[in-house]
Write a protein that binds this ligand. Structure first.
Ligand code: HSE
Length: 430
């Protein structure tokens, strides 16, 4: 059998997972590809306790790997967008196929790298960049290829989902405690603000949106909001109203443009996405022929992410020299630069929480302001704390975000309203 050389750059959680999966499942991989896949070199700053590297060619300079003539496929598993970009460019220039798990790299530099790879006649694959072990790129790009995709919504960051789940189930758990746990489990990014502030999910959604709609990678036009403003109080009120709070990536094709947004979202407890807990990920896709399909699985960690990395290696071996599937699922000439809607231009329902001083007529004032902005109240909770201050929670109808912003400004200007309002978008998918 022909031998194929794989070079691994980076031996962290994903790199060690890929190393062990290629070594452990070598027979299964040969049965599926008709080739022997051999790890010919590993480039890493330090060894990984989970990998036995005794018989492996190890270098401390990852650039050795992309120069090595015995390496046919380079696995870029170092992350980041600086060294990783140079590494992938050099690998392509040396006519190596590249498999990466790097969402930031693809979201920000994907178009340039795809062009370089296509011109060089090598594959550049990135299934592992989104939702770990869930083959979501393949599902949309290949399985749903016949469809016009209408929308996509997903829990695509395991760390934030883990934190929100813990806040809901364990009550008042300390945010930093839960985050450290996610870090120990190998789920959180090296810089966890990428998780908590929604940047990681924004990278992933950028890629998913392009694959879904055949639009350019538009990370710069993304609206990204994290979970740092979400309180246990909001989770509890949402629960009383029949909702759960999930940090979602949402992209949709509307007749006014593309929606591209990442933010905490209230969804009804009966929605499939509401059942996704802990570090699990799920992506719901609405398309014209298949209807709604949902993809669920572990979104991070060594085994699941390596599963997608190695599946891409297998695809490279199966597709031969040239990749017949366009990187983003659409032929380059058919990519349409549909504008991305500014967040103030999207339509959604809203959860509003405000604290008011309990004096007669205050509720009437609130309703008047809302109705002047064509906002109606769908549900309301008003709690009497007996301390003169009353929390009021409102869920509105669907309305343009800029109308809600205007109404919030006026509500916050009322002398009976204390402090800033909490505002969370509310969505319905099924
Ligand atoms: N930090 C990411 C997450 C890892 O928590 O989902 C997988 O991309």
């Amino acid at each position: 059998m022909q031998q194929i050389g794989v070079g691994i750059c980076g031996l962290g959680t994903v790199g060690s997972g890929a190393y062990n999966l290629i070594s452990g499942n070598s027979e299964e991989i040969s049965r599926k590809t008709g080739r022997v896949v051999k790890i010919t070199q590993v480039g890493c700053r330090r060894d990984h306790p989970d990998c036995d590297l005794a018989t492996t060619n190890v270098t401390r300079d990852i650039f050795d790997v992309v120069k090595n003539p015995e390496v046919d496929v380079v696995l870029e598993l170092i992350g980041g967008t600086d060294v990783a970009l140079r590494l992938v460019k050099e690998a392509i220039a040396n006519r190596k196929h590249v498999v990466t798990a790097n969402k930031a790299l693809i979201a920000i530099h994907g178009e340039e790298l795809f062009k370089l790879a296509n011109d060089a006649g090598v594959c550049l694959k990135f299934e592992a960049a989104i939702a770990g072990g869930i083959p979501i790129v393949k599902a949309i790009r290949e399985g749903l290829a016949a469809n016009e995709v209408q929308f996509l919504a997903g829990v695509i960051n395991g760390t934030t989902n883990y934190i929100l789940t813990e806040m809901e189930t364990a009550g008042n758990r300390d945010f930093t405690d839960v985050l450290s746990e996610a870090q120990e489990l190998g789920y959180a990014e090296a810089d966890p603000t990428f998780d908590v502030e929604g940047i990681d999910a924004a990278h992933k959604l950028t890629i998913l949106s392009s694959i879904a709609f055949g639009v350019p990678l538009k990370f710069d036009s993304m609206y990204a909001e994290g979970i740092s403003e979400i309180t246990v109080e909001d989770i509890r009120y949402a629960g009383e109203l029949g909702f759960r709070i999930k940090h979602l990536g949402i992209t949709a094709r509307t007749n006014r443009g593309i929606e591209l947004r990442v933010h905490p979202t209230l969804i009804k407890k009966t929605e499939m996405l509401a059942q996704v807990d802990g570090v699990m990920n799920a992506v719901l896709v609405g398309s014209d022929a298949a209807g709604q399909t949902m993809y669920y699985g572990v979104g991070a960690g060594a085994g699941p992410t390596a599963s997608s990395v190695v599946a891409d290696v297998i695809d490279v071996l199966r597709s031969g020299e040239t990749d017949q599937i366009p990187n983003l699922g659409f032929v380059a000439e058919a990519i349409q630069a549909i504008p991305v809607l500014d967040i103030t231009n999207i339509e959604s329902a809203y959860y509003l929480r405000l604290k008011v001083i309990d004096v007669p007529g205050v509720m009437a004032k609130i309703s008047t302001i809302l109705s002047e902005h064509t906002i109606s109240i769908e549900s309301l909770i008003q709690k009497d704390t007996g301390q003169g201050e009353v929390p009021i929670v409102i869920v509105t109808n669907r309305v343009l975000e800029r109308s809600v912003n205007d109404a919030i400004r006026e509500l916050e200007g009322l002398k009976q309203v204390e402090g800033p309002l909490a505002r969370i978008r509310v969505e319905t998918f099924s």
